[in-house]
Design a protein around this ligand. Structure first.
Ligand SMILES: *[C@@H]1O[C@H](CO)[C@@H](O)[C@H](O)[C@H]1NC(C)=O
Ligand SMILES: *[C@@H]1O[C@H](CO)[C@@H](O)[C@H](O)[C@H]1NC(C)=O
Ligand SMILES: *[C@@H]1O[C@H](CO)[C@@H](O)[C@H](O)[C@H]1NC(C)=O
Ligand SMILES: *[C@@H]1O[C@H](CO)[C@@H](O)[C@H](O)[C@H]1NC(C)=O
Ligand SMILES: *[C@@H]1O[C@H](CO)[C@@H](O)[C@H](O)[C@H]1NC(C)=O
Length: 202
């Protein structure tokens, strides 16, 4: 990230600064948020886009620091992969309005996928497979029109897939392998012309 850029304290609907939101999320998941010196708004573990995909960078966070003439960063990607993490999907995620990729696969996260996820409108990649998220998948997930990749296989979701998920016209990869859902695939899914379903038995 640009050395003097800071995260935008005004980001989010909750008036919670982005940094505070991230620190709070990490605390709930028993993870250390490393702050570099120079003030509360600096995040020391941010890495650039090319570094995000490297498996050894885990957890990985990417910021886009080009806002306001390179002085403001927004968190755009977060990955917490296979780190034996426990906890729920924190409400603080709603403050990260620029988050485009969220990958939480292979942990022990529990509780519901909250309805406010439908307000995380920048998301293009949502990958939460191999956790213990439960309860019905919220219909608000269907509001995420920019999603190109959705993976929630091997969870503990109940009931059927909400028909609202048929809104995902951009979806290219949809993995719901043994996600705990019963019933038929809703007919609205016929709209998903770009979709490749990875659908295996439990
Ligand atoms: C960062 O801030 C310091 C202190 O305000 C300043 O000396 C330095 O030139 C700045 N660096 C950049 C890359 O703007
Ligand atoms: C990302 O970080 C790596 C390693 O620090 C560096 O080699 C690369 O130039 C950086 N890329 C960008 C786009 O800043
Ligand atoms: C922001 O940083 C990029 C890359 O360092 C640079 O090309 C661009 O000119 C900068 N923009 C402003 C407004 O400073
Ligand atoms: C989504 O955002 C809207 C507008 O800010 C708000 O009214 C609504 O309560 C939010 N939805 C959820 C489920 O939090
Ligand atoms: C799975 O969901 C059921 C019913 O919603 C709940 O009773 C159970 O505790 C959940 N199991 C796990 C491992 O979260």
């Amino acid at each position: 990230m640009a050395s003097n850029a800071t995260t935008d304290p005004s980001e989010g609907t909750s008036h919670l600064s982005v940094t505070a939101a991230l620190i709070s999320i990490f605390k709930q998941w028993d993870m250390q948020a490393l702050l570099i010196s120079g003030g509360e708004q600096r995040i020391g573990f941010a890495i650039n886009g090319s570094e995000f995909e490297k498996p050894e960078n885990n957890p990985a966070i990417t910021c886009d620091c080009t806002y306001h003439k390179n002085t403001t960063c927004h968190i755009t990607k977060l990955r917490v992969h296979a780190l034996n993490k426990r906890g729920v999907f924190p409400k603080e995620f709603e403050a990260l309005r620029y988050l485009a990729a969220l990958k939480l696969d292979l942990n022990y996260f529990t509780g519901p996928l909250p309805a406010f996820i439908g307000n995380m409108s920048a998301l293009t990649v949502l990958s939460i497979a191999h956790n213990s998220f439960s309860r019905p998948i919220p219909k608000e997930l269907g509001n995420l029109k920019e999603l190109t990749m959705l993976s929630f296989g091997s969870n503990n979701f109940s009931e059927t897939l909400p028909p609202e998920l048929g809104n995902f016209v951009n979806l290219g990869l949809f993995n719901m392998d043994s996600c705990g859902l019963g019933g038929e695939i809703p007919s609205t899914f016929a709209k998903l012309i770009n979709m490749k379903i990875l659908f295996r038995k439990r």
